[in-house]
Design a protein around this ligand. Structure first.
Ligand code: AMP
Ligand code: MG
Length: 348
């Protein structure tokens, strides 16, 4: 199968809608990362998403809607807390886990009786859902386990020959996947931090939001995952990622010393810290935590393209979007985290 990258013209959106209604797959830009979209009401289409990505069969898909009127077709009921969050953050980068409606097949939810649902703000994503005339199931458009895709070219790199069409909406604005919050069992539990931060959720709900077990640390052996995605390796480039936490001087010294042992090391850092790493080549994370989020996956892919074998990634404070950045980068590192303050190295 030939894979085409197309601009999101009216004609291409109509064509993409036809492909989706016929059970095919389309690469779709969203404000978070690119999605691999399929008709969320078609079990066979959902199964072909898993096949195209090589995604583990137990990891459910997120269902995307373009209008609140589609919500009753996706979820059985909308609890009060969900109403508060949807009026504060939809359309936008927030996914809610709620009880599933019968129209969503078990193939989409990997057999769970809950469903992940999101209303994206990206105009092309919304136009594509409208063109298909039904909700779209869409995980991130990368090969399973690899960094998510934030440009149409990255989607092509991973899925060439596996899907007919990618709509090119330019680089994704947020750069990290949506925030996932479970509202199916009462108080909100944060299962994946993202652009809608924990602080923002707490302000909208007027109560604390718990962080799910296994979100910011490896899931203990034998523990049941609150979200199937927590069990699997994610976001990893071929290069070994090492997260380095600690003060500027200690971090710089650590990376300069250890980089000598590596064949092709590099540092992933904020612009203001470039000078700390001496001869070690730098991949820029930009100037702010939001830039780091925006640049992270492209930087991990660039590390592989440039042939780096180890990426020393700077840690961020866990406030705001820093929690989401650290969640992705620690997972990309398989939780290989060096904490220089207590001179301890954790390897999971
Ligand atoms: P992605 O496919 O990369 O967009 O990731 C979707 C994330 O949402 C994965 O971590 C899934 O495990 C999680 N998810 C989807 N549906 C559910 C659900 N019903 N319950 C818990 N987590 C879910
Ligand atoms: Mg993914």
């Amino acid at each position: 199968m030939e894979t085409r990258i197309c601009p999101p013209t009216e004609e291409n959106l109509r064509l993409a809608g036809e492909i989706l209604r016929a059970g095919g797959l389309v690469g779709m830009p969203t404000e978070t990362v690119y999605g691999l979209a399929a008709d969320a009401t078609n079990p066979k289409a959902a199964l072909s998403v898993f096949a195209a990505k090589g995604r583990p069969a137990d990891n459910p898909l997120i269902v995307h809607i373009s209008d609140l009127s589609q919500l009753p077709g996706v979820v059985r009921q909308v609890p009060e807390r969900a109403k508060k969050l949807l009026s504060a953050f939809w359309p936008g980068p927030l996914t809610m886990i709620l009880e599933k409606a019968p129209a969503i097949p078990a193939e989409v939810t990997a057999g769970l009786d809950t469903v992940a649902v999101r209303f994206p703000v990206h105009p092309v994503a919304r136009a594509l859902i409208d063109a298909a005339g039904r909700p779209l199931a869409a995980p991130s458009a990368n090969l399973s386990g690899r960094p998510s895709t934030t440009t149409a070219e990255h989607v092509l790199h991973d899925l060439q020959g596996r899907i007919p069409l990618i709509l090119d909406g330019g680089p994704c604005q947020v750069g990290l996947e949506s925030t996932v919050v479970d509202l199916s069992r009462g108080p909100a539990v944060l299962l994946r931090p993202g652009g809608v931060t924990r602080e923002m959720l707490e302000a909208a709900l007027g109560e604390p939001v718990a962080l799910g077990k296994g979100v910011m640390e490896p899931l203990p052996e034998g523990e049941k995952a609150l979200s199937p995605g927590l069990k699997h390796r994610h976001y990893a480039p071929r290069a070994q990622v090492v997260v380095v936490l600690g003060g500027d001087a200690a971090r710089g010294a650590y990376v300069r010393a250890h980089a000598r042992e590596d064949a092709r090391p590099c540092a992933l850092c904020l612009e203001k810290n470039r000078g700390l790493y001496g001869e070690v080549p730098v991949l820029s994370a930009g100037s702010t935590p939001e830039d780091y989020a925006h640049n992270l996956f492209a930087a991990l892919r660039a590390a592989d393209e440039k042939g780096y074998t180890r990426v020393y990634a700077e840690g961020l404070d866990l406030a705001g979007v820093g929690l989401a950045v650290m969640n992705r980068v620690e997972r990309a590192a398989g939780f290989t985290v060096v904490r220089l303050d207590d001179a301890k190295e954790d390897r999971a």
